[in-house]
Design a binder for this molecule. Structure first.
Ligand SMILES: [Zn+2]
Length: 159
């Protein structure tokens, strides 16, 4: 069972808004991300290029496109954002919590070596979800709770 009331910023209640506007390169379905998030995540060189209010993020692990806005015909690629996007292939490091810079590896270690089983326990050990500014730090602009839970599940299967 997944506990959802431990979210650091209540943003988990906001469902990821999937629409049919697909990635201009790979044609995969994108997930809506707000402009604020995109502005914080692109490198300084590209911040001024951010235009339009709504972006999508391409969830295809093999695609180099991160954010795109079809109306404005803008797209930002992997090397135009500040942090590795955890679900893209070869992301290094793979962050589970972007706000506190805790990696998936650290979460798995907390589970395997220290016996943590819940998000709360993992947070206590790793310091994840301490400085929550998900809208600005997380590539999806939502709470990392779900990513941490997935890393825990991964760790539990390794035990
Ligand atoms: Zn794509």
């Amino acid at each position: 069972m997944k506990v959802i009331d431990e979210c650091c910023c209540e943003c988990i209640t906001q469902n990821l808004n999937r629409t049919k506007e697909s990635c201009p390169v790979c044609n995969n379905e994108g997930v809506t991300v707000s402009r604020i998030t995109v502005e914080h995540l692109v490198t300084d060189d590209y911040r001024n290029a951010v235009d339009g209010d709504q972006y999508k993020i391409c969830m295809n692990e093999d695609c180099d496109v991160i954010y795109y806005n079809l109306d404005k015909e803008i797209k930002f690629l992997k090397d135009q954002v500040r942090v590795p996007i955890w679900f893209k292939k070869d992301a290094d490091p793979k962050y589970a919590c972007y706000c506190s810079k805790v990696t998936e590896e650290q979460v798995i270690e907390a589970v395997v070596k220290h016996g943590a089983k819940t998000v709360k326990e993992v947070n206590a050990i790793t310091g994840a979800m301490k400085n929550s500014l998900c809208k600005e730090n997380s590539p999806l602009g939502v709470c990392c709770h779900k990513i941490i839970q997935e890393a825990i599940d991964k760790g539990l299967t390794m035990k």
